[in-house]
Design a binder for this molecule. Structure first.
Ligand code: 16G
Ligand code: MG
Length: 540
């Protein structure tokens, strides 16, 4: 690989100097006009990663998800469709921060030497982007770095984040026993729709579903899926709203999953009618939140915790009906943000183990892999259900002892195809929720009544230096600043059924404080008191 070629290309896509870039929980994410050089350099890293992994395809996704339209981001997808291996996040950070073009190429070669990467071997990278206009400049920078490193490159153009994860896995498993699906966008729709209809096993969905697409990429992609869907057969009647991607400035504006979750209300436009079933996707369609307006009590949200409990209860029931009791380990993975009532419901009512991990999909995903069936969801609506190879094999090969057992095994097998195995996928999760509600014969009210959430409050606290805040115990406690946790504990003790924790955000320059307690006013009061403590320790 010719140093001069890379340097010449890099000069056309320089980074904005004087900044420190960090590969965080969502890759590099910031104002789009800071990202051209960053994306060029991410291309170099992807080129190395692919060669390190014997030429398997690596994915690069350009999106800033639920963030404002002026932001963008870039992240790397590993061959099986999972997040970039953690050690490589550091390499990505170092590469992007190289002060000069010469330093960049030196580090690139040093990394190749240290990791014993043969630069003459073939490499392959695929890319996708959301609907942000800035995406095309960033894709051009990426293409340039892949050309400069002689890496095979396929641009899949506009995709949801989970679609790019799907394609990455499909390419790398094609022709193997673990083949994940056809390598195309239409292959994705076909796989989902076939599995959806198999999972329903003749049951019909009742009542319409309105889907708010955050004016993001989920809109056109959901419309693509619906074009191929036979609503007479399944009963699913979807109305798509907020699917305008031609006016970039309205992306995520007063709509979408993040709006609904953080504001704890429905989008103002269009307004849901009481009783209707609604859900919202986020800007890159990897988060899903359900909600409805209860005619008596008003807005009611069914977030990631609710989707996790719904999925876990249904799958555990199926496993029992299939005669797989005790044969497969089923577990639920949550973060500290999960409502305490959901954790209690899973452990005490469903009798399933719960694992708590730090925030960020990679942590949950990793923990879910240690179960045969791992249900993971963040409260914000990002999540999926992972089935181990053993579980999938069991569904396919176990001899059913009764028609009921056959039914359960077939549904489990269909669910493993319906639910995206690479990453949380709002469209796939939505079809899963619809299947479960149809099987259980549940309305939104039935689902809402499974348990009662503890009132909670999330507060964003600006501090002088968020890096002072270091956590332990899956972010449920602060180890630093010393003494801060003791002060928080003292406050928590004053309330009933209360819990509170603080952590530095991984995506913003701030700390977040979460509190829950027996009543609304107690939760608010506790959150505010803990926020004061955090501010006092925050350094200026
Ligand atoms: C990122 C994470 C998401 C997490 C959020 C927390 C991924 C793909 N995304 O968006 O899982 O909930 O960060 O943000 O891992 P925070 O650190 O600002 O609270
Ligand atoms: Mg997202």
């Amino acid at each position: 690989m010719d140093k001069e070629t890379i340097i010449a290309a890099s000069k056309k896509h320089d980074i904005v100097p004087g900044r420190v870039y960090k590969y965080g929980t969502a890759g590099f994410r910031m104002k789009a006009d800071l990202l051209e050089g960053v994306t060029f350099r991410v291309g170099l890293l992807a080129a190395l990663r692919s060669r390190k992994l014997n030429g398997q395809a690596i994915g690069v996704m350009i999106t800033a998800s639920h963030n404002p339209a002026v932001d963008n981001g870039v992240k790397i997808v590993d061959p099986q469709g999972d997040m970039l291996e953690q050690e490589w996040e550091t390499y990505a950070t170092n590469l992007v921060n190289a002060p000069t073009h010469e330093d960049l190429v030196d580090y690139f070669h040093k990394l190749a030497d240290a990791l014993k990467i043969d630069l003459a071997s073939p490499g392959k990278v695929i890319a996708g982007r959301d609907t942000r206009p800035s995406g095309s400049t960033l894709i051009a920078a990426l293409a340039h770095s892949l050309a400069a490193t002689s890496t095979t490159y396929v641009d899949y153009k506009i995709l949801t984040t989970p679609q790019l994860h799907y394609l990455t896995r499909c390419i790398n498993t094609a022709g193997t026993p673990g083949a994940y699906g056809e390598v195309s966008e239409s292959g994705y729709y076909d796989k989902l729709l076939q599995a959806f209809s198999r999972a329903l096993r003749g049951r019909k969905i009742s009542g319409g579903l309105t889907v708010d697409c955050a004016n993001g990429v989920g809109g056109p992609k959901l419309n693509e899926l619906l074009k191929r869907h036979d609503s007479v057969k399944t009963g699913l009647k979807v109305k798509v709203v907020n699917d305008d991607v031609l006016r970039p400035e309205i992306l995520n504006l007063d709509c979408g999953a993040d709006f609904v979750k953080t504001r704890q209300r429905a989008p103002p436009n269009p307004k849901p009618a009481p009783g209707d079933r609604w859900c919202s996707l986020d800007g890159d369609a990897d988060r899903l939140i359900y909600y409805w307006i209860d005619p008596e009590t008003g807005f009611f949200m069914l977030d990631g915790d609710r989707i996790a409990t719904l999925a876990a209860s249904f799958i555990a029931d199926l496993a029992r009906s299939a005669g797989l009791n005790g044969q497969l380990r089923i577990g639920v993975i949550q973060t500290a943000y999960a409502n305490g009532a959901s954790t209690k419901y899973i452990e005490q009512h469903l009798q399933l183990p719960v694992v708590c991990t730090p925030t960020g999909v990679k942590h949950l995903h990793h923990a879910a892999c240690s179960f045969d069936i791992g249900v993971y969801f963040e409260a914000n609506g990002h999540g999926t259900v992972l089935f181990s190879a053993t579980a999938i094999q069991t569904f396919r090969t176990k001899e059913p002892q009764s028609p009921a057992q056959k039914d359960a095994l077939d549904i489990l097998s269909a669910l493993a195809d319906l639910i995206n195995q690479t990453v949380g996928d709002a469209i796939s999760d939505m079809l899963m929720v619809e299947v479960i509600l149809a099987h259980k014969g549940w309305t939104m009210k039935d689902w809402a009544l499974t348990y009662q959430d503890l009132p909670n409050r999330l507060v964003r606290v600006e501090v002088g230096n968020k890096d002072l805040f270091q956590t332990t115990d899956a972010e449920r406690k602060l180890s630093h600043p010393v003494g801060c946790q003791d002060e928080i504990d003292k406050e928590v003790k004053k309330y009933t059924n209360a819990r509170s924790f603080a952590r530095a955000s991984g995506t913003e320059n701030a700390c977040r404080v979460y509190a829950e307690a027996a009543t609304r006013s107690e939760a608010d009061e506790l959150a505010n008191k803990v926020a004061v403590i955090v501010r006092q320790h925050g350094g200026y």
